[in-house]
Design a protein around this ligand. Structure first.
Ligand code: ZN
Length: 441
């Protein structure tokens, strides 16, 4: 009960009660069949009051911050994302059948770069500015900051503001520009791509096990040669409440039976709220006194930074596991997180089309033998680090890295390619031109 209340308390706020009161009043009015005469001054006053309770604060913020971005108000945005998730809440079996059918229609592929380990770490709710490599002043990432074989990408953004929509375009050849042509799961996925290229595939996840509906990450991951899911709860909210720390994956990762070529995806719970549930007590380093921003809820922000400190340890442990081999590691977050510093200054979380939530960390780590074996590729990666990129095109970058030639691979979508289109319109959440409206915020 205590855990449930704690979880719900992240989402229940004044606005929630406003809507609840509105609904109860509406229901009572219907039940007792009051004939509202709109010319009755009292009734008009009552309707205005209800409106002010529900939307007044949003309206005040919109006027204060930027009225042209009225659509950015959390209340409206949250509901819009909920309503529009119909498109991504697909039966997981249907998704898998579709992915497998597409894979079966492909010939075997060659991976010309012959990298032993390609490791993709997918973080969760991690914001770029929380990392020392991106300018964080607090000592949040003491391990990462000391890794020398590292490329820090400065301009990579997420395609959407919450997990499941991001996963619908991160793990296959779907992107925001081809969604109108076919459904996202009617594209080849990342696991079958590497299988076709003779890589042994692994999926190690501290997020949800496959559920019947809409688990866009697990639906792909489950098709790996080896898959492991820590959490087999009924819903994502259960996972968030009862999940184990990401460290539970480390022994699994340590004992993987590797082959000559391995594609390994590690899906973390990372820095998702409730933050203090994401790290063991030994990582409780920051407290309210470390937070200099003038914000009431310094406690949550300090807990967020503790979770980053733990993610730093997890990434470093994975790096240690693979660093003596020919290995390339890509770490990115699904989307970022607002710590009351989005445009509205009111949100602790994500799900809103805001710069703060678009800006994700994107970090490449590599081993010494990778440096020796793939010199030309490494130069190309380093050269691409400041290019504008959106993570829905990750699969094209991976094709280019591994040297996989396949009809779906589009050179103009890989930042290490000569033909890369660095002027692609990045329509965050499929609605706001990031480079025109958000980037300079
Ligand atoms: Zn997420």
């Amino acid at each position: 009960m205590a855990e449930s209340i704690e979880f719900i308390s992240i989402y229940i706020n004044f606005k929630f009660f406003g809507i609840l009161i509105f609904m109860i009043v509406a229901l009572i009015l219907l039940k007792i069949k009051i004939n509202i005469k709109i010319n009755n001054k009292l009734n008009i006053a009552f309707i205005i009051l209800i409106f002010v309770v529900c939307f007044g604060n949003d309206l005040r913020r919109a006027i204060k911050y930027d009225f042209s971005r009225y659509i950015n108000i959390p209340f409206i945005k949250f509901n819009k994302e909920l309503i529009y998730t119909d498109d991504i809440l697909i039966n997981s079996k249907i998704m898998q059948e579709s992915y497998l059918k597409i894979a079966n229609n492909h010939e075997k592929l060659k991976a010309n770069e012959n990298i032993k380990n390609i490791v993709l770490i997918i973080g969760e709710s991690s914001r770029r500015s929380a990392y020392q490599d991106y300018g964080q002043g607090l000592n949040t990432t003491p391990n990462l900051i000391n890794i020398k074989n590292k490329i820090i990408y400065s301009d990579v953004i997420a395609p959407y503001a919450s997990t499941n929509p991001v996963m619908s375009v991160l793990l296959n050849f779907a992107n925001l520009d081809n969604l109108s042509e076919r459904k996202f799961y009617e594209n080849l996925d990342i696991i079958n791509l590497f299988k076709l290229a003779n890589y042994k595939t692994f999926w190690i996840s501290n997020q949800d096990y496959i559920s019947e509906w809409g688990n866009n990450a697990a639906s792909v991951g489950i098709m790996s040669d080896f898959s492991y899911f820590t959490n087999k709860y009924m819903s994502s909210s259960d996972t968030l409440s009862y999940a184990k720390y990401d460290g539970v994956l480390l022994p699994i990762i340590k004992n993987l039976k590797l082959s000559d070529n391995n594609f390994i995806v590690i899906h973390l719970l990372g820095n998702h709220g409730n933050y203090k549930k994401r790290y063991p007590k030994t990582f409780s380093k920051f407290s309210e006194s470390d937070i200099k921003e003038n914000i009431k809820d310094k406690k949550s922000i300090s807990e967020y930074y503790n979770s980053i400190l733990y993610t730093d340890y997890i990434i470093y442990s994975i790096y240690e596991r693979f660093k003596d081999d020919d290995t390339l590691i890509i770490y990115l977050s699904d989307h970022a997180e607002s710590l009351y510093d989005d445009k509205t200054k009111s949100l602790l979380g994500h799900g809103v089309s805001d710069k703060i939530i678009a800006d994700i960390p994107f970090i490449i780590l590599y081993s010494n033998s990778f440096k020796t074996n793939h010199k030309e590729l490494l130069d190309k990666l380093i050269l691409s680090k400041d290019l504008a990129f959106m993570s829905d095109d990750l699969i094209h970058l991976l094709c280019d890295i591994a040297g996989i030639k396949i009809a779906e691979f589009d050179e103009s979508r890989s930042p290490i390619n000569k033909k890369y289109n660095k002027f692609r319109i990045r329509l965050f959440a499929n609605e706001i031109n990031y480079d025109n409206f958000l980037k300079l915020d």
